[in-house]
Structure formats: structure tokens, C-alpha cells
Design a protein around this ligand. Structure first.
Ligand code: NIG
Ligand code: FE
Length: 401
């Protein structure tokens, strides 16, 4: 099969800002993988049975990768949205028993089937907006049984629909209320029971820790990552979101795949991430909803750190899974160029989950995950924000929308 249109392409070795549009281009794929990409006039002659799709005036870009979501959760927290508008602080609400603990209660009382049903609805909407790969975190169960339940939801989602799922264990989201005053007992549960059980069932690839004053200290995170690494789980961090706790430097120290949020990361932390090749993940929807300083993406890019863009979809700080909206906001709030934002939500997002050899570019060998976008170029797409400019979505060569 091949596809004729205008392609957004790049050399994977190039800088994040480099992007070219190829006019009158062609893309060929077979058995779910891209086999050829370039100018139509150079396309080798097709076999007789090849199906041809004419993308017309559409812009063809790689399928989007949302490399940071908390997809499966019970309930919503619209009440807190209203409270914050009236002046309450995110952490104040959390200390009063709301926030993550409130979603924990709703997630614990939801069944595995209910969470699957709800997540299927989210994934269908996300893929219509162009998301073809999603990283999904646990972290609202916070007991052995409930964390396993949420991770099993992710495994089932992988089998029930087309969007590719990558699972992350975030048992270290906060210390659950039943362990208050017994933090070290919870850390023991994480390291001695939860991580081994998850590894044994092969339920997650990554282990994330929320490093923050109200969550876990860098020392506790080190202990959790040590256990995770010994069971083959790769570290990821919620780092320096609300204050500088040295999360960026810790990400470099433990060889994390990514450090996410980073609104308050220090100069030294950014330097350490550059040195260790840790991907920074910009989550502008969270900054927008919490009314906090956006992440300084320009500074990271200037220092040689690749910056991914993701939604952080969750019921508290980022109740939207609209990745093109997050990309537009990464431009306006974090001053990424449209090209950097597109690469942030494709090839660099893929790098944040170590999938850049499988998806995120239109190169031979990559999965045939791509979108037809109703826009003349990337600048115009992200500038003229609207409900949905995505007209066609292909995952593994199969048209899903
Ligand atoms: O990424 N920072 C921690 N976790 C989520 C928010 C979780 C919540 O408020 O429910 C985040 O912003
Ligand atoms: Fe998050």
C-alpha cells in the first residue's frame, strides 16, 4: 500500500528543530511497516495489487506518541477544579484528603472491567486526535492488589484495541493514608512485594516515582529505583514539578529514560540530564490547569536535552488527553517551535519510552503509524488550533479512523 501527500520528515540524527516538508511525496508500507518514503517521482514501481491512497492536500506526519498519561482511574475531580479557581492551592487540597488520595479511593472501588471500559472510551477519543502510542501509569491503586488491577487493565487494553500501550508502575505516587506515619513500611511494600510481583507478571516496563515534598524524597526514590532496576524496570520520574528537589539530577544519576514536568529544575539538574541523555518531558496542560510556571523547554533544548511533549492526562492536574492541544501549548507556554513540538510528540516522545526505533518517524523499518492532517504544514496545524484537524489515523498500516 502506499500513500501520496505532503510529508513531514527528518533525519533521526538531526537536532530537534530540524524538519522538512517533502512535496508530492509517497510513503509505502507492507505488513505494518514502512518500506519506502520519499518523492513520488523516485518511488520504485509498485506491484499490480498495490492499493493506493491519495492523501490529497493533507499533511502526513508520524502517529503521535503520548509518553506520559495516568489513563486508568476512577471518578473525576471537577469539584477541585472549581475550588482551585476560587483560590485553593493544589497541595492544600491534597493535604485535606483530596487530590491523589481522592482518586485512589475511586480507583480502588472500581472493578477491572469498569476501568477497561472507561479507558477504551478515552483511547478511542485520543486516537481520533492522532495519538497512536500511549504510556500509561498506575499509581491510583496504591495497594498491591489495586496496583496489579490497574496494570492488568493496561495489558487487556493492549489486546482490545489498536493504540499501542506502554505500562509504567507508579506505586510511588504518594504514601497512601493507611501508611501515614509509617512511610518506611510503604517503601518496603513497594520494593519487596509490589515490584517483584509486577516484574513476575511482566506487567510494566518502567517504574516512576513522584519526587516532591508531599510525595517521596530523593533518598526514598533511590531505594525504590534500586529495587526496580534489579527487577528490570527502567526508572522514570515526576521531577521538580512544584519545587526544586533535585529530581533532574537524580534522573541522570539513576539512568532514567525520562524526567517529566521539570518546571523548577535547576541549572545543574538540566546539565546533568544533558550529560546522561535523559529525555525531558514537557507537560503544559498540567502547568496550565494549575496556573503554575511552565517548563523552560528552550533552556533544556539549548543545553542539549531532547524535550518530549505529552498530556499528563489525569483527573487532577491535567484532565485532558488532547495531545495536539498540549503541542500548541508547548509552543505558546514553553516556547518550543512547532517543529520541536511535533518531534516532541513523535520521535522524542518515542525516545522517552525507548521506542524511537519502532515509531515516531516516517522511515523504512518503522511501524506504519501515521496521520493525515488537514493543514498545509506543521506551523499552520499548531497555530490554528481547532477541535480536530486529524482526518486519518493509521496504526501498523491499518486505518483506524
Ligand atoms: O503528573 N504529579 C503527580 N501526579 C500527577 C497528578 C496526579 C493528580 O493530581 O491526580 C501529575 O500531575
Ligand atoms: Fe503525571
Amino acid at each position: 500500500m502506499h500513500n501520496i501527500g505532503r510529508l513531514a520528515v527528518w533525519d533521526p540524527a538531526g537536532s530537534q528543530s530540524e524538519l522538512n516538508h517533502v512535496e508530492r511525496a509517497a510513503l509505502r508500507w507492507e505488513n505494518g511497516r514502512i518500506t519506502w518514503c520519499g518523492r513520488e517521482e523516485d518511488l520504485p514501481v509498485a506491484g499490480v495489487d498495490e492499493t493506493r491512497i491519495d492523501a490529497g492536500e493533507s499533511l502526513v506526519v508520524p502517529g503521535l506518541v503520548d509518553c506520559h498519561t495516568h489513563l486508568a482511574f476512577g471518578g473525576w475531580r471537577a469539584d477541585e477544579f472549581a475550588m482551585r479557581i476560587a483560590g485553593a492551592d493544589y497541595l492544600e487540597i491534597a493535604r485535606a484528603g483530596g487530590g491523589i488520595a481522592s482518586t485512589m479511593r475511586a480507583t480502588r472501588s472500581a472493578s477491572e472491567d469498569e476501568l477497561v471500559e472507561r479507558s477504551l472510551g478515552f483511547l478511542a477519543e485520543m486516537s481520533r486526535n492522532g495519538t497512536t502510542t500511549v504510556e500509561c501509569k498506575s499509581g491510583y491503586g496504591l495497594s498491591l492488589e489495586d496496583e496489579l488491577k490497574v496494570l492488568r487493565v493496561y495489558r487487556r487494553l493492549q489486546q482490545l484495541q489498536d493504540v499501542r500501550i506502554v505500562a509504567t508502575f507508579l506505586g510511588a505516587h504518594v504514601v497512601p493514608p493507611e501508611f501515614s506515619g509509617r512511610r518506611s513500611d510503604y517503601i518496603r511494600l513497594l520494593t519487596r512485594e509490589m515490584i517483584p510481583a509486577i516484574a513476575e507478571e511482566g506487567l510494566a516496563e518502567y517504574c516512576d516515582v513522584f519526587v516532591e515534598e508531599t510525595a517521596f524524597t530523593p533518598g526514598e526514590a533511590r531505594e525504590i529505583f534500586e529495587a526496580a532496576l534489579s527487577f528490570g524496570l527502567v526508572p522514570k520520574l515526576h521531577a521538580d514539578q512544584l519545587s526544586d528537589t533535585g529530581g533532574a539530577a537524580l534522573a541522570a544519576e539513576v539512568g532514567a529514560a525520562s524526567a517529566d514536568h521539570l518546571e523548577y529544575a535547576s541549572e545543574d539538574g538540566i546539565g546533568a540530564m544533558a550529560g546522561a541523555g535523559v529525555v525531558a518531558v514537557c507537560l503544559p496542560l498540567a502547568s496550565l490547569y494549575l496556573g503554575k510556571t511552565p517548563m523552560k523547554a528552550r533552556e533544556f533544548i539549548r543545553r542539549g536535552v531532547r524535550v518530549a511533549v505529552a498530556t499528563d492526562f489525569n483527573p487532577g492536574s491535567a484532565p485532558s488527553h488532547h495531545l495536539p492541544l498540549a503541542m500548541t501549548l508547548a509552543c505558546t507556554m514553553s516556547r518550543m517551535t512547532p517543529a520541536e513540538a511535533l518531534k516532541g510528540a513523535t520521535i522524542v516522545g518515542a525516545a522517552a519510552i525507548r521506542r524511537e526505533r519502532q515509531t515516531g518517524s516516517l522511515l523504512p523499518g518503522m511501524a506504519a503509524n501515521f496521520l493525515l492532517v488537514d493543514a498545509p504544514d506543521v506551523e499552520h496545524w499548531l497555530y490554528h488550533f481547532r477541535g480536530n484537524a486529524v482526518q486519518g489515523v493509521f496504526i501498523g498500516g491499518k486505518q483506524v479512523h
